[in-house]
Design a protein around this ligand. Structure first.
Ligand code: BG6
Length: 487
C-alpha cells in the first residue's frame, strides 16, 4: 500500500451539505483506506448545527452507507477512518465561532492545511477573513473553491478578489470535477502520446466536433440554486468549456500545471465572441416540460413545489467557433441538458470525408471516420473505421467497424473524480484546477450569450422530459448539413 508523505488537516466548510456527504466524504474514505491519506491526517467538518464527535461519526457512517456501494462500505475500515473525523461548530457570520477550529488546528501548526469551501460563494470572503483573523492561514495552507464562482465575469471577479486578499493564486484550487474524470484526462494521453493523431488533429482533417453532456435527472431538489444559474452557467461555462479546451488546445510544453493551463486559456481567448445574430442562429435555450423518465411520469421544470415563473434554461446548445490556425472553419457543437432521454456524455471528433471514393458500396456512402470519447455512463474511446465485409462478392463491400482504444479497467475500486482531485490538492498539484485567467476568459465569452438571452434575442424553447431536447437543437446542427451523433 502506498502511503503518501503529506500529513494534512482538511477542513470542510459546509461539511454537512449534500456535496460533502455525497462526494467528499466517500472520496476521503477511499483515499484513507487505500493509503493515500496518512492516518494521522484529520478531516474536520465545519458545520453550523452543534453536534458531538460521536453524533457526527454516526451521521457520516449513515451517509457513507447511503452513498457508497454495498461492497465499498466496511465496518472495520470505517472504525479506522472515524478516528480521523472531527467536528467544529462554525457560523460563518460569527467570527467568534472559529475558536474550536483554532484550538484543533493549533495542535499541529506545521501541517499542510486544506480548506475546502463547499458553501455558497457568498461565504468565501467571510470565511477567509475569519481564518486570517484567527491566524489560521499559513504558507502551507491551500483553499479549494467549489463552483459556481459567480454568475458572470463581474461577480466571479468579486469572489476571486476576496479570496486573493488572503491566499496567493498558487494556494487556490478552483475545482471542476470533470477534470478529475479518468476518461477526460485520457484525452491528453490520447492526443499527446500517439503520433497517429498528431497530423490529423486540425482543420485539414476534422470536419467538426460535438460535445454532449446529457443528464436524465432533473434538478433533484436543487431548484433554489439551479434556477439562479441554469444550464449555461451550471454546465457549459465550466464543464463543457474545459472539455473543449482539452480537445482543442495545442500540446503543452510539459505536464506542469502552468504549461497545461497556459494552453487551455489560449483556447478560451480564441473563442469567437458571438454577435447578436450569432446568438440568434447559433444558440438554443430550452426548458423541460412534463414527460417521462425511465418509464415514470415526471413533472416539468415549472411544476415543482413552490415553483413560480422562471426563464432559466435547463438545456443549452451552441455552435462555437475557435479563431486560430488549427481550428479555422471547424465548428464545435455543444449541448447539455437536464431530464434528457438518457445520461450520456461524449465527445465526438468527426473526420472529413475521404477525397474520392473508389468503392461502390451498394449505393451507401462511406461513413466518415469518427473518434467517439464516451465519458459516462460507459467510459470508452472508439475509433470508427471502414473495412471490407469478408466474402466472395463481386464488388467489394464495406462495413463500419469500431476499434475500442480503451483497455477495460481491472480495478477493484475505480476512483471517482473527487478522489483524484482531493489527492491532487493533498499533493499540492494544481494542474487539474482552473486558474483565475481561465475562469475569467470563460465568463467573458459566456456573458455575451447570457446577456443576449436575457434580452430575449433567442426565444426559450420547450422539450418534453425524457427526450433529446428541443427540435431547435437538431436544426442548429442540421442547418450546417450535419447531425448529432446517435449511438
Ligand atoms: C455539477 C452540476 O457541477 O455537475 C450539476 O452542478 C450536474 O447540475 C453535475 O448534475 C453533473 O456531474 P456528473 O459528474 O454527474 O456528470
Amino acid at each position: 500500500m502506498e502511503i503518501i508523505e503529506n500529513l494534512c488537516d482538511i477542513t470542510i466548510f459546509g461539511g454537512h451539505g449534500d456535496l460533502a456527504f455525497r462526494k467528499l466524504m466517500p472520496a476521503l474514505y477511499h483515499l484513507s483506506n487505500n493509503g493515500y491519506l496518512d492516518e494521522q491526517s484529520r478531516i474536520i467538518t465545519a458545520a453550523r448545527v452543534p453536534m458531538s464527535n460521536e453524533e457526527h461519526c454516526d451521521l457520516v457512517k449513515s451517509k457513507l452507507q447511503e452513498f457508497l456501494s454495498d461492497t465499498a462500505f466496511d465496518e472495520e475500515k470505517f472504525d479506522r477512518f472515524k478516528k480521523q473525523l472531527h467536528i467544529v461548530t462554525i457560523n460563518f457570520m460569527d467570527n467568534e465561532s472559529y475558536s474550536g477550529l483554532e484550538a484543533l488546528l493549533s495542535t499541529h501548526p506545521d501541517r499542510d492545511r486544506i480548506n475546502y469551501f463547499s458553501t455558497a460563494p457568498d461565504f468565501f470572503g467571510m470565511i477567509c477573513k475569519s481564518l486570517s483573523d484567527w491566524k489560521l492561514i499559513t504558507a502551507q495552507s491551500r483553499v479549494v473553491l467549489e463552483k459556481p464562482i459567480g454568475r458572470d465575469l463581474d461577480s466571479s471577479r468579486v469572489i476571486n478578489m476576496e479570496v486573493l486578499k488572503y491566499f496567493n493564486e498558487s494556494q487556490i484550487y478552483r475545482i471542476d470535477h470533470y477534470l478529475g474524470k479518468d476518461t477526460v484526462q485520457n484525452i491528453m494521453a490520447l492526443r499527446f502520446s500517439n503520433r497517429f493523431f498528431m497530423p490529423l488533429w486540425d482543420a485539414n482533417n476534422i470536419d467538426h466536433i460535438q460535445i454532449t453532456v446529457a443528464e436524465s435527472v432533473g434538478v433533484e431538489g436543487r431548484w433554489g440554486y439551479y434556477d439562479d444559474y441554469g444550464a449555461m452557467r451550471d454546465m457549459v461555462q465550466n464543464h463543457l468549456m474545459q472539455l473543449l479546451c482539452l480537445v482543442a488546445m495545442e500540446p503543452p510544453c510539459s505536464l506542469d500545471a502552468d504549461s497545461v493551463r497556459d494552453e487551455k486559456v489560449k483556447v478560451l481567448r480564441s473563442l469567437r465572441p458571438m454577435s447578436a445574430s450569432d446568438i440568434e442562429f447559433k444558440t438554443v435555450r430550452a426548458q423541460y416540460a412534463a414527460g417521462s423518465s425511465e418509464g415514470e411520469a415526471v413533472p416539468g421544470y415549472l411544476e415543482g413545489d413552490g415553483v413560480e415563473e422562471s426563464t432559466t434554461e435547463t438545456f443549452a446548445a451552441l455552435r462555437v467557433d475557435i479563431d486560430n490556425w488549427r481550428w479555422k472553419g471547424v465548428p464545435f457543437y455543444l449541448r447539455s441538458g437536464k431530464r434528457m432521454q438518457k445520461r450520456n456524455s461524449e465527445i465526438v471528433i468527426q473526420f472529413k470525408e475521404i477525397p474520392h471514393s473508389i468503392f461502390v458500396n451498394k449505393g451507401k456512402c462511406i461513413s466518415q471516420n469518427k473518434l467517439v470519447i464516451s465519458l459516462q455512463p460507459k467510459e470508452s474511446i472508439q475509433l470508427q473505421l471502414m473495412n471490407k465485409i469478408p466474402g466472395l462478392s463481386e464488388q467489394m463491400r464495406l462495413q463500419q467497424v469500431e476499434l475500442e482504444l480503451n483497455t477495460p479497467l481491472n480495478m477493484s475500486h475505480k476512483p471517482d473524480a473527487y478522489e483524484r482531485l482531493l489527492l491532487d490538492v493533498i499533493r499540492a498539484n494544481p494542474t487539474l484546477f482552473m486558474r483565475l485567467d481561465e475562469v475569467e476568459a470563460a465568463w467573458k465569452w459566456a456573458d455575451v450569450i447570457l446577456d443576449g438571452w436575457s434580452e430575449e434575442i433567442v426565444p426559450m424553447k420547450s422539450y418534453s422530459a425524457g427526450t433529446d431536447g428541443p427540435s431547435a437543437a437538431i436544426q442548429l446542427i442540421a442547418r450546417d448539413g450535419r447531425s448529432w451523433h446517435d449511438e
